[in-house]
Design a binder for this molecule. Structure first.
Ligand SMILES: N[C@@H](CCC(=O)N[C@@H](CSC=O)C(=O)NCC(=O)O)C(=O)O
Length: 287
């Protein structure tokens, strides 16, 4: 089914899920200068009144579909009356440059939620502005959504969720993350992405690094992090202890939980997503 809603927004598919609607859309993004797909879960309450939304930012190699199909978040979102917004992880399509070697951790599927400044990335790789501004403006004008937003994500998307919330006080009522890259300036994934997208001046990287933002006095907001102890990426890439230390040093209140035996996969996310949705529901004024 294709149902044109307005000039820029097209409904690609819609299925009923826990009494709500799991929808996929595409639109022309002016910020990213390409056509983008994203998914939205609208809970049953959205048929009666506008509802608040949780933005979910996915990790490396993901599209809007990973969280929609693997996390099992719709049951609790339907109970709580919370919309779920699931963007893609990079610009897409013909003319959008990719890593020359097709690497999974740079280029397509790996936008790192930054506004690139380097050629050839700067034209399309502007995921920071897309998530912060363009997508909420589009959705809140076209769908039964309030302007209350929370944000969460996984791995690269956990970095994006924490970083966007820490940089934009009041934009999101709460933030959470699974297995986030907390200090991208100091790990191989982050260093590769930031040197490619932002260039060699490492001072420009810090504005996109959650540990650096907390060290610099970011405005506190309710913050929850879950990290599996059996995650293969923990020591080299994720470095959760650095977030704990930065929060302690700055007296920044955050709930950061190590979950024994869990790995980096969506089985981990599925195990704790209910806890994250209920955490955000409190701050979004839902019960
Ligand atoms: N292919 C890579 C790792 C890819 C990977 O694990 N991606 C994660 C996110 S990692 C950080 O951003 C993911 O969510 N994958 C999609 C899924 O549905 O599981 C490798 O093999 O090392």
């Amino acid at each position: 089914m294709t149902d044109r809603l307005d000039e820029s927004l097209e409904l690609l598919s819609s299925v009923v899920c826990f009494g709500g609607q799991q929808n996929q859309y595409q639109h022309r993004s002016a910020v990213l200068d390409c056509t983008m797909q994203f998914s939205v879960f609208l809970p049953p309450q959205a048929e009666q009144h506008p509802v608040p939304a949780l933005y979910w930012l996915s990790g490396l190699t993901c599209t809007d579909q990973n969280f929609a199909t693997k996390a099992g978040a719709q049951r609790v979102a339907a109970e709580l009356g919370m919309a779920l917004i699931m963007p893609d992880t990079s610009p897409r399509g013909e003319g959008v440059p990719d890593d020359e070697a097709g690497a999974y951790d740079f280029g397509l599927g790996a936008g790192f939620y930054v506004n690139a400044t380097e050629v050839p990335w700067a034209t399309h790789y502007r995921m920071y502005d897309y998530i912060l501004t363009e997508l909420p403006e589009l959705l809140e004008s076209a769908m039964p959504l309030t302007e209350l937003r929370a944000i969460s994500g996984h791995s690269m998307g956990g970095h994006g969720a924490l970083m966007l919330a820490l940089r934009n006080a009041g934009r999101f009522v709460s933030a959470s993350a699974f297995s986030p890259i907390v200090n991208p300036c100091e790990c191989p994934w982050g260093q590769k992405a930031f040197s490619g997208y932002l260039g060699s001046d490492e001072t420009s990287w810090k504005a996109y690094d959650s540990v650096e933002l907390i060290r610099s006095g970011a405005t506190p907001l309710p913050l929850l992090v879950d990290q599996g102890t059996a995650d293969n990426f923990l020591d080299e890439q994720l470095k959760t202890d650095r977030l704990i230390t930065a929060c302690e040093v700055m007296n920044f209140s955050a709930e950061i939980r190590y979950q024994p035996g869990y790995d980096h996969s969506y089985y981990f996310i599925a195990s704790f997503i209910e806890s994250h949705l209920r955490f955000h529901a409190k701050h979004l004024g839902l019960r």
